[in-house]
Design a protein around this ligand. Structure first.
Ligand code: PM9
Length: 460
């Protein structure tokens, strides 16, 4: 038998371990009922393999932990802030930095400063916290992603792209003055971790420049996007990921960042800008909500770990292994006939709950149901990314009904082994085999904001 090369093998070894608790089916049944069939409400101690999110759940390196010991915890002017500023300028290329406690802190500042009531904010598919802050500031989000992003079976390589015709039509309709910025996420989380091409960003820059509209990047997983550009876009195969990342940012005017993803830290984020005026307002506002402008809600040690994480994030061997692991799980499930979003995205494998549980209507919450079943089966925790996450229309109060009804198996970076991946695949497949017997859910409690975090359900 020919040996198969493990091309994505991890470029690290494990120095410290954290024991996991294995549970029995009756224990999981009880835990899931107590959690109201919402995986966010499970206790982490009751979870075996935690694929809820890749946010703040990655393993830091020895170099990052060493950096934690070099935290300068001065109230003002911490040396770690200056290190972070220098690293952000080097890797992302923006001029000004405002640290925040995490991504939504940056979204809050940006939305409060740039959005006026009645404005329209176009974006390549909504993200939960991003849209919530845009709406809270009085804006209306309009989706301008390419149509194929809504089709889980479409195999095109850049399903995160902005549809420039949709954007032009929107500008013609509402006027450039009512569009404070275009919000571009790379990769697109809710579309399945799908990337945006460099060509698309260049064209977006040209169009927005013509109309005097800013482009603000959600750079949360921009390194992963850069990796896909390297793999899939002509002319980039031989360029370092770090170079691709910087070019990608150069077509935008600033970014919001959740450092909890690409940057390999457990907490932290920032807002980065090129415009002095906007920066000045952000630097002023941050002291109200996050903390002084040289720490923004973070300890010095957190900023140090994030600066060091930036260097590690763009290492080719790291990003290759990170995305290779996700692809490994996705390809295994695909080979077993389990319906997933294709192509496999950067940070997660997304199960297509509509095709997995076709007997359930969308108001029976198929993705919520499937996430609960997966936990019951193998103690694997995933996240709903369908009608529950989409929430309600801020004006009409009706459910947003997204075309995509997905369950996200999200991989923390540098945390789980290939055996954990295999157990995950086996658990999904067990549920797939008994899928016809699965009953849906009804919602029994619905909070006002970002309901997916705290909503409760009962079995129908
Ligand atoms: N993303 C995720 O699990 C964590 C919270 S939502 C369930 O995917 C993007 C693209 C994100 C993101 C968070 C944020 C907010 C902004 N943009 O969580 O506030 O994926 O650091 O970042 C989560 P923070």
């Amino acid at each position: 038998m020919a040996l198969q090369k493990r091309a994505w093998a991890e470029p690290f070894k494990i120095k410290m371990v954290e024991p996991l608790r294995m549970t029995t089916p009756p224990q999981r049944q009880q835990a899931m009922e107590e959690a109201g069939f919402n995986t966010f409400l499970l206790k982490s101690d009751d979870v075996y393999i935690d694929l809820l999110t890749d946010s703040g759940t990655s393993a830091m390196s020895d170099v990052q932990w060493a950096g934690m010991m070099l935290g300068d915890e001065a109230y003002a002017g911490s040396r770690n802030y200056y290190h972070l500023e220098e690293a952000m300028q080097r890797f992302y290329g923006y001029r000004y930095l405002v640290p925040t406690h995490q991504g939504r802190g940056a979204e809050h500042l940006l939305s409060s400063i740039l959005i006026k009531p009645g404005d329209t904010v176009p974006g390549n598919m909504y993200f939960t916290t991003t849209r919530a802050h845009q709406e809270r500031a009085g804006g209306t989000f309009v989706d301008i992603i390419v149509d194929e992003a809504h089709d889980p079976t479409d195999e095109r390589p850049f399903k995160g792209n902005v549809d420039l015709n949709k954007l032009e039509a929107l500008i013609a309709k509402v006027g450039a003055k009512r569009i404070p910025y275009v919000s571009v996420a790379v990769t697109v989380n809710m579309a399945g971790g799908q990337p945006v091409s460099m060509q698309n960003l260049k064209e977006l820059r040209a169009l927005t420049r013509k109309h005097g509209i800013r482009v603000i990047l959600d750079a949360t997983r921009a390194v992963e996007n850069a990796w896909f550009i390297k793999q899939r876009e002509k002319g980039y195969a031989d360029k370092p990921v770090a170079e691709i990342l910087k070019e990608l940012c150069s077509y935008t005017d600033g970014c919001t960042m959740s450092g909890k993803k690409d940057l390999l830290v457990n907490i932290g984020g920032f807002l980065a800008l090129n415009e002095w005026d906007v920066f000045e307002e952000a630097r002023n506002l941050v002291v109200l909500f996050e903390g002084l402008h040289t720490y923004g809600g973070l300890a010095g040690r957190d900023m140090e770990a994030m600066a060091r994480g930036m260097e590690e994030a763009v290492q080719e061997a790291h990003i290759h292994a990170r995305i290779g692991q996700v692809e490994y799980v996705g390809e295994k499930l695909h080979a077993l006939g389990v319906p997933i979003v294709r192509p496999v995205g950067g940070h997660a494998v997304f199960l297509d709950a509509k095709r997995f549980l076709p007997h359930l209507g969308q108001l029976e919450f198929p993705a919520q149901t499937l996430a609960a079943e997966l936990y019951l089966e193998g103690g694997v925790r995933a996240m709903e990314r369908g009608i529950v996450s989409a929430g309600r229309d801020a004006k009409t109060g009706q459910h947003h009904v997204p075309k995509l009804e997905l369950v996200r198996l999200t991989f923390p970076r540098r945390v789980y082994t290939q055996a954990h991946c295999d157990v995950t695949v086996e658990s999904v497949y067990e549920v797939f085999q008994r899928r016809k017997a699965v009953r849906g859910l009804k919602m029994t409690y619905e909070p006002k904001y970002l309901r997916f975090f705290q909503a409760r359900f009962e079995r129908l």
